[in-house]
Design a protein around this ligand. Sequence first.
Ligand code: DAT
Ligand code: MG
Length: 201
Amino acid sequence: MLQRSIFHTALKHFFTGGPETRRSLPCGLLCAFRWGPGLFWHRSKSSLPDVRERTLVAIKPDGVQRRLVGQIIQRFEQRGFKLVGLKMLQASQDVLSEHYCNLRTKPFYNSLVRYMTSGPLVVMVWEGHNVVQTSRTMVGHTNPAQAQAGTVRGDFSIHVSRNVIHASDSVEGAEKEIQLWFQAKDLLDWNCWDQISTGEL
Ligand code: DAT
Ligand code: MG
């Protein structure tokens, strides 16, 4: 229906307009038919800011052992974020000492590294508007005893030394952590079909 009215309007301009119009119209018409109503839908909309923001989320060995991977991924998917990288791995001491470099002097550092190397991790990169801050809210307080119900730590954990999940705490931190855990070629740029309903205003 929309295409038919575009066609009629275009024809009218073709016969009533000048030579310029006659030269450019066939190209415009081709585009209209090629892209259809989607072109016009997109034109009237603008994207949310920072839809390409990314963060690193890791399910720690206790989360994997307790088979919480599916439930945790589901929370991020349901929230509207886009998964752009995912892998399961056994972390090395080297990567962990880089990842937790600001905690090396803490008394719990050695036991933290022992715990983080005790079994596989599931490491992910999630993308979307405000994903860094929103993920931190979804993950909850570092100490699960203080984490709100409804957060991952508040629902699945009782002690700071077994707090199930990691999420980057700033955009700059996320960039560093993503580079540490992933190679650029392992992150996928793909288009979500629900982008228009979740990411455009
Ligand atoms: P977060 O993971 O919320 O960013 P963080 O960066 O301060 O918290 O600490 C990294 C991890 O170190 C945390 O997830 C669990 C562990 N940790 C922090 N404080 C601890 C403590 N007091 N005792 C034992 N482990 C602790
Ligand atoms: Mg941290």
